[in-house]
Design a protein around this ligand. Structure first.
Ligand SMILES: Nc1ncnc2c1ncn2[C@@H]1O[C@H](COP(=O)(O)OP(=O)(O)OP(=O)(O)O)[C@@H](O)[C@H]1O
Ligand SMILES: [Mg+2]
Length: 332
């Protein structure tokens, strides 16, 4: 089906108690606006508007939905609402704060705290030299705090990637754009595309959704870390299962970052979900361990946080992959 282009609500539009200031983004599933509340404070409002099902023509307020798309649109709306409800239960500095959600214009809106900053995706594209060992550890340790909170509420993010990690101006990360509810859309409604992003989605995202768990978000965290160093997404997991061309972080950035950090990335990116860190906490423990004196080598015993069995499995995996790539010349 041809992709439609949805028009945003006009600037100055009074949406419930909020005034639309401007459009922040246009995604395949929704539009995000900057708006202000009655007190004049800024909020971000996300409007449910999947462009495969609903079309808002220029100058119109209510989207038009073809008769045959009404059930899927309504089901998606219910899931969007669920997502808002689930998020509203969370209150954590590294998870986007949901303030309100309501129905209007034949669709639904989620009101969030407005954060000043940019997505990690934008950041890594414009600030490559800032991606230091410390930056990586700081950002991802805090991000994992947010993810622990999400997982502790029995929620999965399922669409973690640099574009869905927002960076405040003080470099603290905030998890945005939860796909947890949305993924349920795809199972029964073919009109809504699967909500995962190649390169960041775990292998089980593709075909074995019954295996999804915290370790699936962990794969995406590893892929996001890899993308920070590479400046681009790693090879997609389904392609890796066919022919794994992903150069392990340990090889690609040897001596540029600590072994500990690079090993942690490779650990997250294991194709077998059982070989990855099983919880955000397990990964966080590795990222918060001290590094060696020159800032690059692992501290003595630095790997003790890895469960022994995992170390062995990861080593075997790394060994297998490493043999496929020509090692860089040893330093002089
Ligand atoms: N609370 C917020 N504060 C500031 N900016 C935000 C906020 N939420 C979203 N944004 C902006 O909107 C962009 C897109 O947000 P988000 O990732 O939630 O939606 P999306 O990817 O367009 O959604 P979808 O994939 O559902 O269509 C973010 O990268 C960010 O620039
Ligand atoms: Mg997004």
């Amino acid at each position: 089906m041809a992709q439609q282009v949805n028009h945003a609500l006009p600037v100055g539009f009074q949406l419930d108690e909020y005034r639309i200031e401007r459009q922040l983004s246009l995604g395949g599933f929704s539009i995000v606006y900057l708006a202000s509340n009655r007190e004049g404070q800024s909020v971000a409002i996300k409007e449910y508007l999947p462009n495969s099902l609903a079309l808002r023509a220029e100058g119109k307020i209510e989207p038009s939905i073809a008769e045959e798309h009404v059930p899927a649109f309504r089901y998606g709306m219910k899931c969007f609402f669920e997502e808002g409800r689930a998020l509203a239960r969370l209150s954590h500095p590294n998870v986007i704060r949901v303030l309100n959600f309501f129905r209007a214009n034949n669709t639904v809106y989620m009101v969030m705290e407005y954060e000043n900053g940019r997505s990690l995706q934008e950041f890594i594209q414009k600030n490559r030299p800032a991606i230091t060992e410390n930056f990586m550890r700081n950002v991802f340790t805090k991000l994992l705090n947010g993810l622990r909170e999400v997982h502790s509420h029995k929620l999965l993010h399922l669409d973690l990637k640099p574009a869905n990690i927002y960076m405040r101006n003080d470099y603290t990360p905030v998890l945005i754009d939860f796909g947890a509810a949305r993924q349920t859309l795809t199972d029964d409604t073919p009109m809504l595309k699967p909500m995962y992003t190649p390169g960041f989605a775990s292998p089980e995202h593709y075909h074995q959704r019954e295996l999804l768990g915290p370790w699936s978000d962990i794969y995406s965290v590893g892929a996001s870390m890899y993308a920070c160093l590479a400046g681009a997404a790693p090879q997609a997991a389904d392609g890796r299962r066919e022919k794994d061309r992903l150069v392990p972080a340990m090889i690609r950035w040897e001596r540029q970052y600590s072994d500990q950090l690079l090993e942690a990335i490779d650990w997250c990116l294991c194709l077998n979900h059982l070989y990855r860190p099983q919880s955000a906490y397990a990964l966080q423990k590795v990222l918060t361990e001290p590094v060696g004196p020159n800032g690059t080598g692992p501290a003595a015993g630095g790997r003790k946080a890895w469960p022994g069995q995992m170390v062995e499995k990861s080593k075997t995996w790394l060994g297998q992959v490493a043999s496929k790539f020509k090692r860089r010349a040893e330093p002089e």
